[in-house]
Write a protein that binds this ligand. Structure first.
Ligand code: FES
Length: 69
């Protein structure tokens, strides 16, 4: 799970499905300036400077509940 906010200027990246022309299977594209993230949110192509953020999370209730944030 990642936060769907581009690390460049804060736009919302769109999900990509299937094998793309850049060789990446799926992932995320920020159409604003062309940043590409893989399916785990790792930056593949800038200008975004960092991976998508992984939110803080905590397992609770004997691992039956996941609290995000
Ligand atoms: S805001 Fe995403 S690439 Fe610029």
């Amino acid at each position: 799970m990642v936060v769907g906010v581009c690390t460049h200027l804060g736009c919302v990246p769109n999900e990509r499905r299937g094998l793309q022309s850049d060789g990446i299977d799926g992932g995320w594209l920020c159409a604003c300036h062309g940043s590409v993230y893989d399916g785990s949110g790792r930056i593949i192509k800038g200008p975004a400077p960092k991976n998508l953020e992984v939110p803080s999370y905590q397992f609770m209730n004997n691992n039956k509940t996941l609290r995000i944030g």
